[in-house]
Design a protein. Structure first.
Length: 135
């Protein structure tokens, strides 16, 4: 349902804020967050989306039969993604993640961009559950 998309978009923004706090220390980081919240969330969300894109690319590599991936510590997760989504969906989502990064760092509506991205992820998972996956 659409309400889940809204909640997932909000969660991505909450994760971005938590990521900012976890990767930057001290009062200066909190001050920057307080003064430039939108810009900080854009930077942190872009970093998170970059990590998501990396996992999607690794899953795509595994789905193609290769063994070397960048996120070796996430191999099992990437393998599960590869099996669930297949190469075509993974490529589409990795491209979509790259586009989201550009939108986030540009002037796109941050919340809306995150919601649309989460909708795309959920739609891919729904298609995969229905068996419309091409490996």
């Amino acid at each position: 349902p659409p309400i889940y998309v809204l909640a997932a978009g909000e969660e991505l923004l909450r994760l971005a804020e938590r990521w900012w706090r976890a990767t930057r220390e001290g009062e200066a980081a909190e001050e920057v967050l307080r003064r430039s919240r939108d810009r900080v969330l854009r930077i942190a969300a872009a970093e998170l989306v970059d990590m998501i894109a990396g996992l999607l690319r690794d899953a795509m590599v595994l789905a193609a039969g290769a063994q070397r991936i960048a996120n070796e510590d996430k191999r099992e997760f990437c393998w599960e993604l590869a099996q669930l989504l297949g190469i075509a969906s993974l490529r589409e989502l990795a491209d979509r993640a790259s586009r989201l990064q550009r939108e986030i760092l540009g002037n796109a509506n941050l919340r809306l961009a995150c919601e649309v991205f989460m909708l795309d992820l959920m739609a891919a998972a729904r298609r995969a559950r229905r068996g419309r996956v091409v490996v």
